[in-house]
Design a binder for this molecule. Structure first.
Ligand code: GDP
Length: 301
């Protein structure tokens, strides 16, 4: 079972999918939001598109070669279109919105879409509950998408909340996948906005702690910065050290081992003092070969 957020996770999912294992992805829903009348699930979709071989993995969202005719038309109609959504991507969101409007859960809609795109591995939303990551910032309360996409991640962040998490639960599918897993891999994902919304679900951390699976992680941090995205800034504003030790501390209730960057040898001792095995490697996924190598190292860790 791989716990996944967006960009970094998609690359590792591709590496894991190439190994002779039964892979199930459990994916963050905290980024999900309504735009232009459709329900957009960025992390579920980048996981699905990546495993289907159609993702724009380098950019980190959407479908390769997508066009933006619908968005251009919306813009001509006077709609503010700061949230980019390609035409093919929009089709996915239209189908999901229709299915859910007719009573399907997000889990059922996701399953239908991934099968239609020929993805073999189950892709499970962490919850079917309405969980959204909101940030209290110098520009007021912002949904994660408003903070990151519209505001370019610039406002100061004072607090992060996972709206709806306390009243939601991991789905039965997620519970049984984690209970049956031989190994749980926490993909490189933003600890605050991708793994955080999962851990905020009642019972999720306990599920990991009680699992017979070895729980291992690939750190998204190199030194005191993430490879990409706002993880460092958000870790600081939630008083987590913005490095791999901070990631290990955050996951220490259930983490057995972590792969960190070979640029961070000084962090190995403090991480192992938490009774978490720590190994150093080149953690950058720059091509299919490095994705496959890191996937294999995580299964052997
Ligand atoms: P984001 O913070 O909004 O980008 O949310 P995500 O959950 O999509 O976070 C992706 C994480 O993956 C970021 O924190 C990146 O630092 C990390 N990442 C991206 N590419 C790589 C990579 O090649 N190697 C590693 N180890 N991490 C990566």
């Amino acid at each position: 079972v791989a716990l996944a957020g967006g960009t970094g996770s998609a690359k590792l999912l591709r590496g894991l999918a190439g190994l002779p294992i039964d892979l199930t992805a459990v994916v963050n829903v905290g980024d999900d939001a309504w735009f232009y009348g459709v329900y957009v699930c960025p992390d579920i979709d980048i996981a699905t598109y990546t495993l289907a071989g159609v993702a724009d993995v380098r950019r980190g969202w959407g479908i390769q070669g997508d066009t933006y005719n619908a968005l251009a038309a919306l813009s001509r109609l006077g709609r503010d279109t700061w949230f980019r959504l390609g035409d093919l991507d929009l089709a996915t969101c239209l189908l999901r919105t229709e299915l859910m409007g007719n009573g399907a859960t997000l889990t059922q809609a996701t399953d239908r879409i991934r099968k239609a795109l020929g993805v073999k591995s189950p892709i499970l939303p962490a919850t079917d509950g309405p969980v959204e990551t909101w940030l209290l910032t110098s520009k007021g309360e912002l949904h994660l998408q408003e903070f990151w996409v519209r505001e370019g991640g610039k406002p100061r962040v004072n607090k992060v909340t996972y709206r709806g998490a306390r009243g939601s639960t991991p789905t039965p599918e997620v519970k049984s996948a984690i209970r049956a897993a031989d190994r749980v891999v926490i993909c490189p994902a933003n600890p605050v906005t991708s793994i955080g919304p999962m851990l905020a679900l009642p019972g999720f951390a306990k599920l990991l702690g009680a699992s017979r699976a070895r729980v291992v992680a690939l750190s998204p941090m190199v030194g005191r910065a993430p490879v990409s995205g706002p993880a460092g800034k958000l870790m600081k504003s939630t008083r987590v050290r913005p490095d791999s030790l901070g990631v290990a501390e955050l996951y220490s209730d259930f983490l057995d081992a972590i792969l960190i960057s070979d640029e961070d040898p000084a962090l190995k001792g403090p991480i192992e003092a938490l009774e978490i095995r720590c190994a150093l490697t080149d953690t950058m996924m720059t091509d299919l070969v490095s994705e496959a190598r890191l996937a294999k190292e995580l299964l052997e860790l």
